[in-house]
Design a protein. Sequence first.
Length: 699
Amino acid sequence: MPAVFEDERVELEGEWTVHRTYGKQFSVTSCTSVSPDSIDAILKYLSSGLVKGVGLSTAKALVDKFGDETLEVIEHFPSRLETVSGIGKVKSKMIHDSYMEKRAVQEIFIGLQGLGFTMNQASKIFKLYGDGCVQLIKDNPYRLIADVESIGFKTADKIARNAGFEFDSPFRIKAGIRHALNEARSDGNTCLPREFLVQKAAGEVLGVDILPTENCLDEMIIEGELVEKHFDNDDHVFLSYLHYQEMHSAVLLNGLMENARILPLADVEGEISGLEKKFGIPLDDKQRSAVLGAVNEGVLVITGGPGTGKTTILRFIIELMEEMDQKLELAAPTGRAAKRITDTTGREARTIHRLLEYGGFGNEEFAKNEDDPIEADVIIIDEMSMVDVSLFHSLLKAIAEGTRLIMVGDFDQLPPVGPGNVLHDIILSETVPVVRLTDIYRQAGRSMIVVNAHRINRGMIPVVDKNESDFIFLSRPGMEETLDTVVDMCKQFAATGSEGEFQVLAPMKANLLGVNNLNSVLQDSINPPSPDKSECKYGETVFRTGDRVMQVRNNYKLEWKKLRYGKEAEEGAGVFNGDIGTVMEINNVGRTVKILFDDERLAEYAQAELEEVELAYAISIHKSQGSEFSTVILPLIYGPPMLMNRNILYTAVTRARSRVYIVGSAKCVEGMVKNVMSMKRYSALKYFMETLAEAGADE
């Protein structure tokens, strides 16, 4: 409640709630200031320091002079203040201006609440728009959708109705169309078929007729806000920036293929044979072709499941490139994935964001771009299945002509959380050289995690061999029994450290075995309240010292320090969606929280920034992409078919390095293996790449 100060009287609206830890609480939905109604109250109000130029002695003098009319005199007759000893023209004006400024802010907040905003939303809006915010919103409430991150179409639409907007207003219809496309983007799409978009916007979002929706859509396309393209026998509509990112990515990728430099290595085959002897690892034909492709091609994709030798190939490629004095850069979408490359190759790897050197200019801008490209001869990106089109476009812009790009990833992993389907589209376009690895090599196939991952991928039920210790199934009859088992396991693993770094993964957020409830129960079990642990609350989540947490939104401006051997070795900015860490310190006086991420970055959050952080004792399988954990625990009983499918199960199993525990129903596991249903993802990178290839062939 930013417009409220200590010792001020307020009237609050809301409801009584009961929190599981803190008991009875009052949840505030609106707040208004109440003028002091007695001389004692006026004296306390003025002496609190709220009004500039008024301390205790001045407050007493004013109340002695004007009694219960003191505030009215300050507001309407400030010149009368000069009759009080010690108050001249300058001070009387200061008192009046300070009092009126505070009243004005309160009036603005009352006006915003009157339109239907919560106090938190009102605070953000006032900070963004300033004094004229109420009228600005009344003129066009739908601007809030683009300007205020926490306000979506439904909230803006409710505000618009309060402000008198018509149901079929073009402002409203266009906002509804944008909302439908933004929702599609949140689901990973870069575009939608036109007919599907119109039906969704008119029917699901707006509740209006098709014809005015069609007309508004055409206007938005003519104005350039949206773009329409015909492919796959249908018209598709894009938000203009996503269209540009996909189209331009195809152009840039095509340029890298056409402008590859010839590398100065005469006997590549002989060098590969020498490395086979050095490493004691013979390459099969596909692996050898991948290494040759890295030398001969400007762009190369290497794809394969776990244990198929992707890391081995990277070691060969790195050695060859270093032999030719080629400057290499290794990167991955997440800090955990980058650290894994560093551990397996012995070469430093960075996140793609750090490779691009976020420059602090805006949410999607990086210091490295077409004007200041990455200084490298070869760039290798691992975990490409995680890379969305926006990040991919930023990367391609920063790659200089002649630089080689090698992309490594698993085609069968889940698509990225963000918009686009980059790895899939590149491979399916058949315009880029691709090496597919299928044979299992890791540990000579002894790992049941690897074996079962490939069985799942081929539609076969995973094998649980009791003589093996790295893939374990624990049968439980129901959700309650499964939850109890998972909690007991985690509590034991945390106490003994027997499983190293363990992680609970779940397909969904809701229900008893969803991420939300698992986090609540596991926090109480593994990290319960204690007098020696500080706590703070944001929304319905209690954060406690020692909690495992995850960043769930890119924050390009949050500063961090990397500590090494007790000394500050590095500073930077940017914490990204999917980063996992531990709450190290909670300062309830300064209202800050320090989080140490797994790659040793220490970031300090204002407690208000905790909206970007969630507990991470359990995380969704989607959020686990790019990460690898010593032990993975999967509670599986049942759930929506769209989330309980083969792709989800395969991704979850391949997150484990040493051991997988599946707890729950064998029938559920079998159902997931057989279920190939997944949400259709609309993207166009494949189309743009095919179009460029056809144009090149016609020349």
